[in-house]
Design a protein around this ligand. Structure first.
Ligand SMILES: Cc1cc2nc3c(=O)[nH]c(=O)nc-3n(C[C@H](O)[C@H](O)[C@H](O)COP(=O)(O)OP(=O)(O)OC[C@H]3O[C@@H](n4cnc5c(N)ncnc54)[C@H](O)[C@@H]3O)c2cc1C
Length: 438
């Protein structure tokens, strides 16, 4: 039997990091918030553990300062990123010391997070702010023109509210599907598989092991110390490569172990832990246009899914949540979100998502640029503008028309340069050998 619920001013669909962050911002501003999330406390394993340098401030704004997260063993410090190749060569990416000094005053540390613990901490804050969490799944969206009027949950509840936030993640993309929103996809479908290992010592950095292989499309392994004695190790490859191995009869665990066995670093972990149960996620990087409507906003991966290698997914989710909430809070006494503010939000989400996805695909995943300049230099070519422009976003907080368009122009310039250089490299023979080949 259908039951109508209409007490909330905002319905947030999805209780992942974007959804919980939006709930907290909205509830702290005094709005009545209902969050619909199907997973209970023991849900699927959340992922997104290596944060970029903009994330700590965004978490602080939610009531979780970095010092507390470290103290409570929800996070470890991340001071650098190391890129390692199969031939043993490597490069450290560390923010320059000068950034720490005035006038920049940038915090040079960020974090690795234990996502289960972080998500739980966010959930506790949300509930203490008065957010109601309904454990259910939204199965249908009712709309009148471009307005969302209600959402229907699997158990039969029909939820009406003046405002809606879709934070249902990259797999569900609820509102993009309802409104048939245009999307741009980047790279092939990919599969990530990961597991957790005990380690004796802590490394204060993320390590990425790149393997450019014979096909030229990069595969990679991550090593992220989420606690002082626990690391997350994951493998990301094109879906097609994994499918072929599965057709040969290999299990996910076989594929995962086979990959890790290529790196001496993991020998003792594989020997010490013979039973490995790997989590698996398939995904496609994509960026949607028009991610807000008269009374709704899309936040997080449901709006734009950036590649995990960028380590910008959590920051993007937290930024979307803050900006989407701000739009609703400012318009709470109106019937619709202001058209210009919506258009600027749409623009920022799309520009940033395209910048990161285009950059990482053209410069690192695909062969031409990487093979021409070498994978370690390609790492610099990607990292320097990515870190700089991400920092500029944190400092400038582009919101109005002028800053949004100016910032979008800078991002567009990098994208255009990457595309042009890619074309140039395709016409020329690779100047260097492919990395990491056997
Ligand atoms: C393999 C992998 C590795 C990554 N590594 C990093 C990293 O190191 N650093 C980084 O910054 N980012 C990383 N990311 C990206 C990061 O994980 C995501 O960007 C971020 O977690 C997205 O959060 P979200 O809340 O938008 O989506 P999700 O975390 O997917 O949350 C969506 C929520 O919505 C719920 N939901 C789904 N459908 C419905 C429905 N119909 N009704 C109600 N609720 C629903 C789900 O249960 C879920 O809880 C990685 C991503 C992947 C795939």
């Amino acid at each position: 039997m259908q039951k109508d619920v209409s007490h909330a001013e905002v319905t947030v669909i999805g209780g992942g990091i974007a959804g919980m962050a939006a709930c907290i911002h909205l509830a702290k501003a005094g709005l009545q918030v209902l969050c619909v999330e199907p997973q209970g406390e023991v849900g699927r394993t959340p992922v997104g553990e290596s944060l970029d340098w903009s994330a700590p401030d965004l978490l602080r704004a939610l009531g979780l300062p970095m010092e507390q997260l470290i103290r409570e063993e929800i996070a470890t410090y991340k001071r650098h990123v190391t890129l390692k190749l199969r031939d043993g060569s490597s490069r450290h990416y560390i923010p320059g010391d000068w950034l720490e000094r005035p006038p920049y005053n940038v915090e040079l540390k960020t974090m690795h997070v234990d996502r289960s613990r972080l998500d739980e901490a966010l959930r506790i804050i949300a509930i203490s702010c008065g957010v109601t969490v309904l454990q259910d799944k939204v199965i249908a969206v009712e709309s009148a023109g471009r307005r969302v009027t209600a959402v229907l949950a699997a158990a039969g509840t029909r939820i009406c509210s003046p405002w809606f936030v879709d934070a249902s993640g990259g797999g569900a993309t609820l509102f993009p599907r309802t409104f048939n929103l245009p999307a741009q996809e980047y790279g092939p479908k990919k599969v990530a598989m990961w597991a957790y290992f005990s380690v004796p010592e802590l490394i204060e950095g993320t390590t990425l092991y790149a393997d450019c292989g014979h096909s030229g499309y990069m595969q990679w392994v991550w090593e992220i110390p989420i606690r002082s004695d626990r690391i997350s190790v994951g493998y990301v490859a094109p879906g097609e490569a994994i499918k072929q191995k599965r057709q040969q009869g290999l299990t996910v665990e076989d594929i995962f172990k086979e990959k890790l066995a290529q790196y001496p670093r993991f020998d003792h972990l594989l020997n010490a832990q013979c039973e490995i149960s790997a989590c698996v996620r398939s995904f496609r990087c994509r960026v949607h246009d028009r991610v807000s409507g008269p009374n709704w906003v899309i936040a997080g991966e449901a709006a734009a899914m950036v590649d995990p290698m960028t380590a910008n997914g959590v920051t993007a989710a937290l930024r979307h949540a803050a900006e989407a909430s701000d739009l609703i809070i400012r318009a709470r006494h109106r019937t619709s979100l202001p058209v210009l503010a919506r258009a600027m939000y749409n623009r920022r989400v799309a520009d940033v998502g395209r910048f990161f996805n285009c950059g990482i695909e053209k410069v690192l995943y695909e062969g031409p640029i990487r093979d021409r300049v070498g994978p370690l230099t390609a790492g610099d070519v990607y990292t320097v503008p990515a870190w700089t422009l991400n920092l500029v976003y944190s400092r400038l907080r582009p919101r109005g028309v002028v800053f949004t368009l100016l910032y979008g122009f800078l991002l567009g310039l990098f994208r255009a340069s990457a595309n042009l250089y890619d074309r140039y490299c395709k016409r020329r023979k690779p100047a260097r050998e492919l990395c990491g080949q056997n």
